[in-house]
Design a protein around this ligand. Structure first.
Ligand code: THU
Length: 148
């Protein structure tokens, strides 16, 4: 049973499915010729706009950028810095693709209370939800930069 702390309560199903759909559309633009592992992300900004991103790889492999960070950097460059939800979709439409550690840190900076939507099997309702706080406990936060 959902509790008052359940992130599913703070994001309605229609919005979750819309974000998953936008993340899938973004995934179609992934540039992933090396890993062949396309990823898409769709951020819901607090002003209601949706900003998307895909992974962008490079022949110099280590320079590759994940879908989530592409979305965050695109949104910030467009003037948006607060987000309420994000959907992340890997190659499979019916299985979660958990954000990597680097992306968790970058997303946390701009949305510690973000709801994170990940695809799941049809028998599990098609998607699952968690939060940035659950994905990155003990995050490095801007306040930590203040020292004597
Ligand atoms: N990737 C993402 O875009 N997001 C993640 O959270 C995990 C990994 C990308 C990076 C690389 O282009 C490919 O997936 C395989 O690691």
């Amino acid at each position: 049973m959902a509790t008052s702390n359940d992130p599913a309560r703070t994001l309605d199903a229609a919005t979750a499915r819309m974000l998953l759909d936008r993340a899938r559309q973004a995934r179609a633009r992934a540039y992933a010729p090396y890993s062949r592992f396309p990823v898409g992300a769709a951020l819901l900004a607090e002003d209601g706009e949706v900003v998307t991103g895909c992974n962008v790889e490079n022949a110099s492999y280590g320079l590759s950028n994940c879908a989530e960070r592409t979305a965050i950097f695109t949104a910030v460059a467009g003037g948006r810095t607060r987000f309420s939800a994000v959907a992340v979709v890997g190659p499979q439409d019916d299985a979660p693709c958990a954000p990597c550690g680097a992306c968790r840190q970058v997303m946390y900076e701009f949305g510690p209370d973000m709801v994170v939507v990940l695809p799941d099997s049809a028998e599990n309702g098609g998607y699952g939800v968690t939060t940035m706080r659950d994905l990155l406990p003990g995050a490095f936060v801007p306040a930590r930069l203040e020292h004597p």
